[in-house]
Ligand binder design. Sequence first.
Ligand code: 5GP
Ligand code: ZN
Length: 115
Amino acid sequence: MTDDKCLFCRIIKGEIPSDKVYEDEHIFVFKDINPKAPVHFLIVPKQHIDSSNEFKQLKKDQLARLLTVIPELAEKHGLADSGYRTIINCGSDAGQEVQHLHVHLLGGKKFTFFA
Ligand code: 5GP
Ligand code: ZN
């Protein structure tokens, strides 16, 4: 997948509109278009990697930022006390639809499923 054809790269570049929640030098966060919970954000690295199979291609500070932003977003959006779920789908068995690594951050309801 080249970056100019990747949906999430195009969202990061602003070529496709999104409901942006947060951005810094390493990551871009926006609302999922088909939310599965009252809060459903997608946290994506600005550097394109296809999936978590390629984590090693990210620099350590890029990788760290994907995680350290989670409690910041949780605090800001009222999820820190009630709780939240994060999901990274990888490949077809997990149902990964978009081949640009993303962390789902979901909250605002009780989750009764695991998978
Ligand atoms: P995956 O199944 O790959 O882990 O998750 C992909 C997510 O991207 C899905 O939850 C889907 O609703 C979301 N998504 C797909 N296309 C778009 C889009 O164009 N804009 C936004 N904001 N989300 C999208
Ligand atoms: Zn991409």
